[in-house]
Design a protein around this ligand. Structure first.
Ligand code: NAP
Ligand code: GDD
Length: 353
């Protein structure tokens, strides 16, 4: 049986990837960290909570990353865990550098020494391109220059080059996916797509009367997250490790996202939108659009969900959540709990077996 280790299984991509790999018959190990409030709602939502094996890891604790490899003996490692919110990286640049950048080398060192045959995927990002489009309508591909404009992207660039170096220096099967934005109903609430979907749904059911946004002219290439975890898996099944852009090839502004979302919720965008200067970033990537032709040609991956469909699906899901909330229903995925031993692999004296 194939074994996979996913760092950051409690995040959007980690949860979808775990679901995807379980369906393929993998034994799935995932790392989580202890928080004051348990955070397993996505695993509950996808109904995979008892099916994955959980290993406590903090990205800033090298011993825990090494232990995760010793315990899981993975054929494939997907390094998804990171401080992933660009805006927060301006508030906490040093810890972002540790979690999003340095953790990649820590994990690669553990792979080199403990499990050099494991295949390693690193979660790269379109944020690496920063403002390299410079107003041009060209699509970004694997040869486009990287010009990061946030501490988050600078940390990811360190991770990307470290992955390349470990591939070349130690012959590890290690590669980076340059994923453009991908969204879903289980996206973190602070990211703009889920924030908009959630807020318009609340307005529509009478629980809010405004939506505060920052730079609504920013443009992104937004895809549907479950399709993007399939691209990650394909990269680790390839004959050779390569960098791939994963994108839809279309770009839309935050304002367009808001307009489609409001139309779906039956409200008027101009009535509720409030521009909030405090939500503008010190530097922002103005526009992103990706060229997925390499991964389509070589690994037969293609985006399926179109922009309008993505927005509408996200809004419908939020509407349904808030309507059920108003009826007094409790969602099983909202009830926080630690699994109390169940599914969690604890450390023991000596080397993990
Ligand atoms: P996410 O929802 O924010 O998930 C991040 C995961 O990392 C969570 O499981 C989180 O744990 C974990 N994590 C954060 N800090 C940690 C720490 N100190 N120790 C241990 N675990 C920690 O992000 P995502 O959207 O799934 O993205 C997955 C990866 O792809 C990230 O590396 C992100 O930067 C990258 N990426 C995402 C996109 C996108 O559009 N979604 C695009 C390009 C690249 P908690 O649940 O405990 O917070
Ligand atoms: N979050 C947020 N909240 N963004 C806003 C808001 C707001 O209220 N108003 C406008 N925006 C703009 C941001 O300034 C940015 O230009 C755009 O909306 C998208 O912001 P996010 O949804 O936070 O995503 P991101 O593009 O910065 O980063 C995401 O995608 C990257 C891939 O390009 C994250 O998932 C990163 O982890 C990922 O690497």
């Amino acid at each position: 049986m194939n074994r996979a280790l996913i760092t950051g299984i409690t995040g959007q991509d980690g949860a979808y990837l775990a679901h995807y790999l379980l369906k393929k018959g993998y034994e799935v190990y995932g790392t989580y960290r202890r928080l004051s409030t348990p955070n397993f709602w996505r695993l509950n939502y996808l109904e995979i909570f008892p099916k994955v094996k959980l290993i406590p890891v903090d990205l800033t604790d090298p011993s825990s990353l090494g232990e995760a490899i010793t315990i899981s003996r993975p054929h494939e490692i997907y390094h998804l865990a990171a401080q992933s919110f660009v805006e927060a990286s301006f508030q906490t640049p040093v810890s972002t550098a540790h979690m999003t950048g340095v953790s990649v080398v820590t994990l690669l060192e553990a792979v080199r020494t403990l499990s050099p045959e494991s295949r390693f995927y690193f979660a790269g990002t379109s944020e690496l391109y920063g403002d390299s489009l410079g107003g041009s309508p060209a699509k970004l591909n694997e040869d486009s220059p990287f010009k990061p404009v946030s501490p988050y992207a600078a940390a990811k660039l360190f991770g990307l080059w470290s992955t390349e170096i470990y591939n070349r220096a130690y012959d590890l099967f290690a590669c980076t996916g340059i994923l453009f934005n991908h969204e879903s109903p289980i996206r973190g609430l602070e990211f703009v797509t889920r924030k908009i979907a959630n807020e318009v749904a609340k307005i529509s059911v009478g629980l809010s009367d405004q939506i505060r946004l920052g730079n609504v002219e920013a443009k992104r290439d937004w895809g549907y997250a479950p399709e993007y975890v399939d691209a990650m898996w394909r990269m680790l099944q390839a004959d050779t490790p390569r960098m791939y852009v994963v994108a839809t090839g279309e770009t839309h502004s935050v304002r367009e996202f808001l307009d489609v979302a409001c139309a779906e919720a039956g409200i008027r965008a101009d009535k509720y939108l409030k521009n909030d200067k405090s939500l503008h970033r010190p530097l922002d990537v103005p526009a992103l659009v990706g060229d997925h032709s390499r991964i389509t040609r070589e690994l037969h991956w293609k985006p399926k969900t179109r922009f309008d469909q993505l927005v509408k699906n996200m809004v419908r899901e939020e509407l349904s959540r808030w309507q059920r909330y108003l009826k007094g229903e409790v969602f099983p995925w909202d009830v926080p709990s630690y699994p109390d031993g169940h599914g969690i692999i604890r450390r023991v004296r000596g080397r993990a077996q």
